[in-house]
Design a protein. Structure first.
Length: 160
């Protein structure tokens, strides 16, 4: 993740006007909401116990079960018009043996010439064909802004 991406994510987590949900690969959700009386009650609406939601004092966010993710994201967009979702994302890098074994200077793959003519590169590459191979670059967080589309409603007539 670049420094610009890290700064963007830090700004998203620091702001308090648009709610955000951090969805780690394992564990509970971290939900940041604009301050309002009754936020805990709103979060627990439709769930059996209020004990499933806890306030993280230092981080200033709510902790909820991971199983609530899809329903919570939908409800946040309904209530606030938008919500940031932050979750791990693996970048896939594409290259190919045709590039690694090239003799000339012309390179058109996503390695941008980094492995051009280098022979077999290091790492775990999955070769699909002479012209396509890929590797995963490791997970980093990606932020996505969900917004409501005007005029869309769910089965109950509620904006979705």
């Amino acid at each position: 993740m670049t420094g610009d991406e890290q700064n963007r994510i830090a700004r998203i987590l620091a702001q308090r006007t648009t709610p955000s949900v951090v969805r780690p690969p394992k564990g509970k959700l971290e939900v940041r909401l604009p301050y309002a009386e009754g936020n805990k009650g709103w979060l627990t609406t439709g769930h059996r116990t209020r004990g499933d939601v806890k306030w993280h004092v230092q981080g200033k966010y709510w902790i909820t079960p991971a199983s609530w993710f899809f329903e919570l994201a939908r409800r946040l967009v309904q209530r606030h018009g938008a919500a940031y979702i932050l979750q791990k994302h693996n970048e896939m890098e594409k290259c190919a043996p045709a590039c690694w074994n090239a003799k000339g200077l012309d390179c058109n793959c996503s390695c941008m010439g980094e492995r051009h003519g280098s022979g077999d590169p290091e790492g775990r590459w999955y070769v699909v064909s002479e012209t396509f191979a890929f590797t995963w670059q490791g997970a980093s967080y990606r932020a996505t802004l969900l917004t409501a589309k005007p005029g869309l409603t769910d089965a109950n007539g509620t904006p979705s």
